[in-house]
Design a binder for this molecule. Sequence first.
Ligand code: ZN
Length: 151
Amino acid sequence: MTLDLKNHLAMRGNPCRHYLGFKFNGGSECARGRNLRRLFYKKYGNEAIGYLLKTPCNGSPEPFCNCPDIDVRTDAEVAEKAAKDDAATDKFVALLPKIQKIKAAMIEDGKAAAIYICPNCFAKTLHVRCNIGGNKHVHGGCSECKFGFLE
Ligand SMILES: [Zn+2]
């Protein structure tokens, strides 16, 4: 399997600083208190689709409204964040074989949670959970170096 995470992450865009992300349970999606989905449905009706493509917060070419408070990051800030994301992706890909060994051991032992040696800082502070009764995904985080993952 080829991992093409960087190309996938290249779709990340440059959302407005006030945008708080999609909220599955409703509520404000904007730090300025705007309920964007409510505004979208008010304009197009409750059955409308395409909200995420038309929100003004993410630089949509066809925004459903014009926001007077749009505040996107500068090119330098975007480049800095992209470099940081790429470094995190590189680290994850480099450590993935060790994460997969942990996952295989948890599945073999039937463990849903355990503490392992962190493949990043080598302290025994990597807290890992495995969806042992379900899809076997693992997620974890190191309380020492803050490395985290979902696989
Ligand atoms: Zn660590």
